[in-house]
Design a protein around this ligand. Structure first.
Ligand SMILES: *Cc1c(COP(=O)(O)O)cnc(C)c1O
Length: 389
C-alpha cells in the first residue's frame, strides 16, 4: 500500500492532529458575508470555535470581514479580549454567578432575557459605565429569551434602565428553531413574532440598531431572516446544517481534518474477536489495523462503522471504539505476511474531501448525531495545528 497523497502528509505534524485550514475559514466567512450583505456578520466562536481553536479562528474570521464575534459565556468573551481582540462581541448565556462587571469593563455586549437586567444594571452602576445590551426574545425556540407575554414589561424596564443611563439597548435578537429544514412554516412564524417584538420595543421608546435572528441555516437559505446582523457558527467551519445539502453544494470548505498514523497492523485468522465485548469477529483470515484515536479524543464510542481513509482507500471501524483506540478491518488476508504493513501510514478520519477522505457528516451518521457535535467534541488531547495562518 502506498502512502496517502494527503496534502499535509509531507509536513511534520503531531502523531495525531486536528489540522485547521484557516484559509477555509476565511473563504467561508467571505462567502457568508456576501450572502448576508448588507447585514453584518457575527462569527460565532463559542465552545473553542466549535473545537477548531478560538483565537486563530477569530483572527481569521476578522481578517476575512466578520464584523462581530459571538460566544455563549462571558468567560469565552473575556478570553478573546485577553487575546487582544478588540472588535464588538456578544455573550448571551448567563447565570446569576456570571461576571457581568468584568464583561462591562471589557466592553462586551450582553444578551439579556429578562432576569439579568437588574444584575447588569447593578454591575454598570458600580463602575459608572453604561452596559451595552441586546434584548433576547423567545420567538418560538423555547430556550432563552423573554416570552411574548413578558415582553412588554421587559422592554419597559429596559427603557427605564436606559433613561437612567445604566444600559444602552443596542439590539433585539432571537434564535431560529428549524431553519435547517427550510420549508417549515415555524420559521415564518418566528420571523412574524420577532418583527412584532421589535415594533413593541420601538413603541416603548427603544432604538435597537441591530435586529438579529439568523443562524447559519438562515444565512444560507432565508434572506428574510437576515435583518441587520446574522450570527453564523457551523457554516464558518465549512459544515452544512442541512441533511440534504453538502458543504460543496453550499460553496463551503470544511476547515478541520482529523488524522493520525496507523499504530499497529497485523494478520489474524477467521473468528478473531475485536475490541471490548468481542462484538465483531472476523469471518476469514484478514488484516487488522489499529488507529490510535478513541473516545477520550472525542470520537463517539457508538460510532462503529465510521470511515478511516488509508492509502487512498476508505475502511470502516469494527467493534467498539475504546478510550484511546479503534480497529479497522483491512479485509485483505495475509497483507502483513506479504510485507505490506501499513504501520506508520497516515489515517484520515475526516477532512475537506479533496482527497476522497470522509466528511464530518459521515462520522455524525455513524454516531447518530450531527456534525456540530463531532467537531466540537474533539478533545484537548488532540493538538490543533494551523495551516495557511
Ligand atoms: C450557537 C448559536 C448560533 C450559531 O448557530 P449555527 O447554527 O452554528 O450557525 C447563533 N446564535 C445563537 C444564539 C447560538 O447559540
Amino acid at each position: 500500500m502506498k502512502s496517502a497523497a494527503f496534502p499535509f502528509a509531507t509536513e511534520r505534524l503531531p502523531e495525531r492532529a486536528a489540522v485547521i485550514d484557516l484559509e477555509a475559514i476565511r473563504h467561508n466567512v467571505r462567502h457568508l458575508a456576501n450572502l448576508a450583505a448588507p447585514a453584518q456578520l457575527m462569527a460565532v466562536v463559542k465552545a473553542d470555535a466549535y473545537g477548531h481553536g478560538v483565537l486563530p479562528v477569530a483572527r481569521a474570521a476578522l481578517e476575512a470581514g466578520a464584523d462581530w464575534l459571538g460566544v455563549a459565556h462571558i468567560s469565552e468573551a473575556l478570553a478573546l479580549r485577553a487575546g487582544a481582540i478588540d472588535v464588538p462581541m456578544l455573550a448571551w448565556l448567563h447565570t446569576t454567578d456570571s461576571h457581568f462587571r468584568a464583561a462591562i469593563a471589557a466592553d462586551i455586549d450582553l444578551g439579556c432575557s429578562g432576569w439579568e437586567l437588574p444584575f447588569i444594571v447593578a454591575a454598570a452602576q458600580q463602575q459608572r459605565k453604561t452596559a451595552r445590551i441586546h434584548l433576547k426574545f423567545d420567538s418560538g425556540l423555547g430556550r432563552n429569551g423573554s416570552t411574548p407575554a413578558e415582553w412588554a414589561g421587559f422592554v419597559a424596564r429596559a427603557r427605564q434602565a436606559e433613561l437612567a443611563g445604566s444600559v444602552t439597548v443596542v439590539g433585539v435578537f432571537s434564535h431560529l428553531a428549524v431553519a435547517d429544514e427550510p420549508s417549515r412554516v415555524e420559521t415564518d412564524e418566528q420571523i412574524a413574532a420577532f418583527t412584532t417584538a421589535v415594533a413593541q420595543a420601538r413603541e416603548a421608546g427603544l432604538h435597537p440598531m441591530l435586529r438579529h435572528l439568523a443562524n447559519s441555516a438562515g444565512v444560507l437559505t432565508r434572506a428574510d431572516t437576515h435583518f441587520d446582523l446574522v450570527r453564523a457558527g457551523l457554516a464558518i467551519y465549512g459544515l452544512s446544517p442541512f441533511g440534504d445539502r453538502t458543504s460543496t453544494d453550499l460553496g463551503l470548505r470544511p476547515a478541520m481534518t482529523l488524522r493520525t498514523l496507523v499504530s499497529v497492523c497485523k494478520d489474524v485468522p477467521a473468528e478473531q474477536g475485536v475490541s471490548y465485548g468481542l462484538n465483531y469477529r472476523t469471518t476469514a483470515p484478514t488484516t487488522l489495523a489499529l488507529i490510535p484515536l478513541g473516545y477520550a479524543d472525542g470520537i463517539p464510542r457508538v460510532a462503529t462503522g465510521g470511515p478511516v481513509r488509508i492509502g487512498g482507500v476508505t475502511y470502516r471501524v469494527v467493534g467498539h471504539i475504546a478510550m484511546d483506540q479503534m480497529v479497522i478491518d483491512l479485509g485483505v488476508a495475509a497483507l502483513v505476511a506479504s510485507g505490506a504493513s501499513v504501520i506508520g501510514t497516515e489515517a484520515v478520519l475526516f477532512g475537506p474531501g479533496d482527497d476522497g477522505e470522509a466528511s464530518v457528516d459521515e462520522w455524525a451518521a455513524a454516531a447518530g448525531t450531527i456534525n456540530y457535535e463531532v467537531v466540537t467534541r474533539i478533545s484537548p488531547r488532540v493538538p490543533r495545528v494551523y495551516r495557511n495562518v
